[in-house]
Design a binder for this molecule. Structure first.
Ligand code: SF4
Length: 272
């Protein structure tokens, strides 16, 4: 086991303890815990939020408009990938969940966040499609814990990048160590309160700094925009989508080309 994997396992073990310590019958998921711990600097706020219902489904507050755009872009990109690979005579499938064995296909794509692309039972590359302007850096950070390359497509700005966790190991170790230390403080009751801008949207009334809260603030699942912003957003989306799809598919195939595709194809045909 390498040191990154050891740090990751250590973190997950601590998160399981933290989750079990959460009050109430409905425990948050490990991912929800991680999102909250990574999102806030103030550990008093994190402690307060542990076990609160909003930890259970952070996507509930994600505007459906962006999710639908992202799903649509993903569909277009996977369609193009299937066409390109099938044209090369490869047996391609898109699945919604991981079967016990992906090896009977030359290429198996597991749809999800991120999508995973397999050849011969090995994950070769992952693909994350973003349709909103923002980027979730906590999520990106977490994606770097796995070893396969991550292709990030940001449709609205027409950007496609490939991140190679193997080349970012020093950062991944640094990030995992810091998260481990933060969770240690939460587990030992030594959380650091950090008064500042996070107080504006904090409901921790037991904290002496809670008077800094903006009392008119309410959460909303709707991200509002003007007609001009909506117009621009939609036009940019459709203007960029074909370029982003082609670039993303080229980068995926670049990764798949590192395995002898035709040999894999022939071997699989022999098994049928
Ligand atoms: S009020 Fe401010 S300092 Fe207190 S827990 Fe909330 S964010 Fe932290």
């Amino acid at each position: 086991m390498n040191d990154t994997e050891a740090l990751r396992r250590e973190l997950l073990d601590k998160l399981r303890i933290l989750r079990n310590n959460c009050e109430g019958n409905k425990k948050p998921s490990i991912i929800s815990l991680l999102r909250t711990i990574s999102k806030y600097a103030c550990e008093g706020k994190i402690e307060y939020l542990l076990g609160k219902p909003e930890l259970d489904d952070p996507n509930e507050r994600f505007d459906l408009y962006y999710k639908l755009k992202s799903d649509f872009a993903t569909l277009k990109i996977l369609d193009l990938l299937k066409s390109r690979l099938s044209a090369d005579g490869l047996n391609v499938t898109v699945l919604t969940e991981m079967p016990s064995e992906t090896g009977r296909y030359d290429v198996a794509i597991i749809q999800g966040d991120p999508c995973e692309v397999y050849t011969a039972n090995a994950e070769k590359v992952r693909v994350e499609i973003k349709a909103s302007q923002g980027l979730d850096f906590e999520q990106l950070d977490r994606y770097l814990w796995d070893s396969s390359p991550l292709i990030l497509a940001r449709v609205i700005t027409g950007h496609v990048a490939k991140l190679r966790p193997s080349k970012l190991k020093p950062y991944v170790r640094f990030s995992l160590k810091e998260l481990n230390t933060k969770v240690d403080r939460l587990l030992s009751g030594k959380a650091h309160n950090i008064p500042g801008k996070e107080c504006t949207y904090c409901y921790n009334v037991h904290c002496p700094h809670s008077s800094n809260r903006d009392r008119s603030w309410k959460t909303s699942s709707i991200i509002t925009m003007s007609d001009a912003e909506f117009d621009n957003d939609l036009n940019m989306f459709f203007q960029n989508l074909s370029y982003v799809a082609k670039r993303t598919v080229s980068l995926i195939i670049e990764e798949l080309d590192t395995v002898p595709m035709i040999t894999v194809s022939r071997l699989n045909k022999g098994r049928e």
